[in-house]
Design a protein around this ligand. Structure first.
Ligand code: AMP
Ligand code: MN
Ligand code: MN
Ligand code: MN
Length: 284
């Protein structure tokens, strides 16, 4: 039953609402058997998640979701089965997190100009010791009554051309893929349907990603429509890439979808977990 495999989710180490331990418990109650914790640019939650998963008889896959700039666009590359202690991965993520702080200052200055004060401190109140992200700014803006919910924020703020947007250069695709793959992990293009790429650029991306050592793409994710499951299953087949699935769960009010609700991968997909001992009994 492939539905019990969820390979993309966030804890409050990045922009999710639940602690890593709470997230694992949430997965238990939603019948997940194999889960990957994939916080943005941070792996601090993995140790606790792993011990909690063990306690509950779940398989924890060590993951991360790396922010990348490719052709002036932001892409997300998920790493699965990574070694979080691999030095180039560790220092690469550290550099991205330092960049997040600088960007947050720029975002707050932009909101300031639009008459919205105190957002830097406000966003950090939500981030606590975790990374700082647009989600934390969004929560501040909702709480301040500037927008009615998270979704509304991302229409009027924090995106290109709107208050709170600040241009930022993330890691290169080459670096992100090599940190993941050289640490022993599998590199996966997260929610490819969410990027504003025409067919030509999508083909270029898949070609480049594969030549750098990337081996999978997300086909079934909460950000794809049913048509996109079919579309990306085709791309996966065309490029000889494996297919992944994940809810991209962030917590109540932040997620597009609850855990355990996604349909199975289309039949013609080779699941990214097809040769994983952790998932062998689940037969995806
Ligand atoms: P950042 O990495 O700081 O740019 O923040 C990106 C995060 O913001 C994503 O991982 C989502 O959790 C959230 N996000 C981005 N766009 C939207 C949207 N349209 N609706 C809801 N959440 C969004
Ligand atoms: Mn997020
Ligand atoms: Mn993402
Ligand atoms: Mn995500």
């Amino acid at each position: 039953m492939s539905l019990s495999i969820d390979l993309h989710m966030h804890s409050n180490v990045s922009d999710g609402l639940l602690t890593p331990a709470e997230l694992v418990e949430h997965a238990v109650t939603h019948n997940i058997k194999v889960l990957a914790l994939t916080d943005h640019d941070d792996t601090r939650g993995l140790a606790i998640a792993e011990s909690e998963a063990k306690r509950h008889g779940l398989q924890l896959i060590k993951g991360v979701e790396i922010s990348v700039t490719w052709k002036k666009r932001t892409l997300h590359i998920v790493g699965l089965k990574i070694d979080p202690e691999y030095p180039p991965l560790k220092s690469g993520l550290e550099a991205i997190r330092a960049g997040r702080h600088v960007r947050a200052i720029g975002m707050a200055a932009s909101l300031d100009k639009a008459g919205i004060k105190g957002s830097l401190e406000g966003a950090y109140e939500y981030a606590q010791e975790g990374i700082i992200s647009r989600t934390h700014f969004a929560r501040f803006l909702v709480n301040a009554g500037v927008a009615k919910d998270n979704k509304a924020v991302f229409k009027k703020y924090l995106v290109k051309g709107k208050p709170g947007y600040f241009e930022h250069e993330w890691a290169s695709l080459e670096n992100a893929v090599s940190w993941i793959v050289e640490s022993g992990g599998v590199a996966v293009i997260a929610h490819p349907g969410r990027y504003d790429l025409r067919r030509t650029n999508m083909l270029l991306l898949l070609e480049e990603f594969r030549s750098l050592g990337g081996t999978a793409i997300e086909v079934v994710t909460s950000s794809h429509t049913a048509d996109q499951y079919v579309e990306f299953a085709k791309y996966a087949h065309q490029f000889g890439l494996k297919s992944s699935q994940g809810s991209d769960y962030h917590g109540k009010g932040l997620s597009f979808m609850e855990m355990g609700r996604l349909p199975a991968l289309p039949n013609n997909c080779v699941p990214v977990w097809h040769d994983w001992p952790e998932a062998v009994s689940l037969d995806g």
